[in-house]
Design a protein around this ligand. Structure first.
Ligand code: MG
Ligand code: MG
Length: 251
């Protein structure tokens, strides 16, 4: 496996794209109110990217028909924007989106509640986010992908949550998905050794129950846990640095 550290020019393109992506996610979060369709959220982010002069990285990727994946409640990832999918009060919504800017891709996701949500849903969202930061705190030049996985898994296991195994974090930059693959579980000191200058997307996908998944046969995209338990997702693209990471997809 060949994973090439990025040039300064490439990193700068990802920083710029990452800020725009973070703004887009914030804009979509504000737009996600009861009554809006997921197709309308998708239309708004397309318009937003047009105004900013960047491309949606996911549109057309393996034939995906949206600019953003919108996964609601038990849907984990890859939800396809639809005209007849209407957001309701009490839903938990995951937005996963990508930007292509000056030839470079960034990838990031957030999960949040719409209005009042049950306490168990709120905690799932909060802890999924926290697992990302537990994992990321282990990373720097010379760290292993398993260092991230172990820290993530150790934290989430305390709550008895399901950690999705069929999907994982990944290298990102010239393409949406590059080597290495970075699972959200594992053993420290194993996997792939990271170097300063590499750019990766880290993305815990967590459920209140099952770890096993299936793909919705109606759209051939949406990934769900076999027990249909509530699911959350949190993702940033990060740059590995000498002493830690730089998160590229935040404001
Ligand atoms: Mg993503
Ligand atoms: Mg990703």
């Amino acid at each position: 496996m060949v994973v090439t550290p990025r040039t300064q020019e490439e990193i700068q393109a990802m920083r710029t794209g990452g800020k725009i992506l973070a703004e887009a996610l914030e804009m979509m979060r504000e737009a996600t109110v009861p009554g809006i369709t997921t197709a309308e959220i998708d239309a708004r982010v397309r318009e937003f990217f047009k105004q900013k002069g960047v491309e949606p990285a996911f549109l057309g990727y393996y034939g995906f028909t949206g600019a953003v994946c919108i996964s609601v409640n038990e849907e984990i990832i890859h939800g396809v924007p639809k005209q007849d999918k209407v957001i309701q009060e009490g839903d938990i919504v995951s937005l996963d989106c990508g930007v292509l800017h000056n030839g470079m891709v960034v990838d990031s996701a957030r999960t949040f509640g719409v209005g009042e949500i049950p306490e168990e849903a709120r905690l799932l969202i909060e802890r999924t986010k926290k697992s990302f930061f537990k994992g990321v705190s282990k990373l720097k030049d010379g760290a292993w992908t398993g260092d991230f996985g172990q820290a993530c898994e150790e934290y989430l296991d305390k709550f008895g949550y399901g950690i999705i195994r069929d999907y994982a974090g990944h290298g990102v930059g010239r393409a949406v998905h590059e080597d290495p693959t970075i699972p959200n579980y594992g053993t420290k000191g194993t996997g792939f050794q990271l170097q300063e200058g590499m750019t990766i997307a880290l993305e815990p996908m967590v459920t209140l129950g099952a770890e096993e998944t299936y793909v919705d046969a109606d759209d051939d995209w949406t990934v769900l846990p076999v027990d249909h338990s509530l699911s959350a997702h949190y993702e940033h693209t990060v740059l590995i640095t000498k002493n830690g990471v730089e998160i590229l997809t935040q404001l």
